[in-house]
Design a protein around this ligand. Structure first.
Ligand code: NDP
Length: 250
């Protein structure tokens, strides 16, 4: 019960990696708010956790809206108590070569992945800063190092890494740590639209040759969120089957 007595918000927590993170934090004793743009999805996932004896609640929040991010934090504090842990997990991935990339896809990718992370971090930093205590964990991606056909996604996640490092410096004296996790290929609905051929190539490029699980990311988040991570800030932890080291030519 590493996180007993703590409260957390996980954005994009209705499914995939976010749900695994919420489950892990709640299993460690935290009271968790699952935030998602779909109220139904967030409610369903919070109910699943509650049924298994964990303490989870839901709130509808589209992270692209600063007002929604502020309201999400305010609602959490009002109903669940002081916010200790924010996990910025909500994200989208749109594939497409630069020659086919639309303005809409570029703007949407940055709005969710980067501006969304900023909106929620700003709202959390305001309340955490007053108490001089808090943990912010941002879900970036190994793709920020570069990946074929993902310039928009990679740029948004590179922004998340850069934002993480600068925010860590800014908030260190306020007792708030800010870290990032860079997952590689993880088995979630986000990647299930890929064709079998693309999946085969993605797996071939992974040094371990094995797809990661959402739980792998959940465990990494619990390190940054728990007492063991108290002195770690501004870092990027890769949960990517070795892909940050090199990728096998596919
Ligand atoms: P999923 O698509 O499975 O889940 C993402 C969740 O975020 C969904 O519930 C989605 O809702 C929600 N969401 C999307 N946009 C918003 C928004 N504007 N406001 C609030 N919630 C939103 O993705 P994953 O679980 O796979 O990914 C989670 C994170 O991990 C993302 O940041 C992703 O970039 C990152 N990641 C994933 C990898 C992978 O291989 N799966 C690899 C590297 C990084 P809805 O379904 O309604 O869109």
């Amino acid at each position: 019960m590493n996180l007993y007595g703590k409260t957390a918000i996980v954005t994009g927590g209705a499914q995939g990696i976010g749900l695994a993170i919420a489950t892990e934090l709640a299993s460690q004793g935290a009271v968790v708010t699952i935030a998602d743009r779909s109220a139904e999805g967030a409610e369903r996932s919070a109910a699943e956790l509650t049924e298994s004896g964990l303490r989870a609640f839901s709130v509808a929040a589209d992270v692209t809206s600063a007002e929604a991010a502020d309201a999400m934090v305010a609602t959490h504090e009002e109903r669940r108590g002081p916010l200790d842990i924010l996990v910025n997990n909500a994200g989208i991935s749109i594939n497409g070569s630069i020659r086919k990339l639309t303005d809409e896809d570029w703007n949407r990718t940055l709005a969710v992945n980067l501006t969304g992370t900023m909106n929620c971090s700003r709202a959390a930093a305001r309340v955490m800063g007053e108490r001089r205590s808090g943990r912010i964990v941002n879900i970036a991606s190994r793709a920020w190092l570069g990946w074929f056909g993902q310039s928009a996604y990679a740029a948004s996640k590179g922004g998340v890494v850069s934002f993480t490092r600068s925010l860590a410096i800014e908030l260190a004296r306020l007792g708030i740590t800010v870290n990032a996790i860079a997952p590689g290929l993880i088995d979630t609905p986000l990647i299930r639209n890929e064709t079998p051929e693309v999946m085969e190539r993605l797996l071939a490029a992974q040094p371990t040759g094995v797809i990661g699980t959402p739980e792998d990311v959940g465990w990494a988040v619990s390190y940054f969120a728990g007492s063991a991570g108290a002195s770690t800030t501004g870092q990027v932890l890769y949960v990517c089957g070795g892909k940050s080291l090199y990728t096998r030519p596919a």
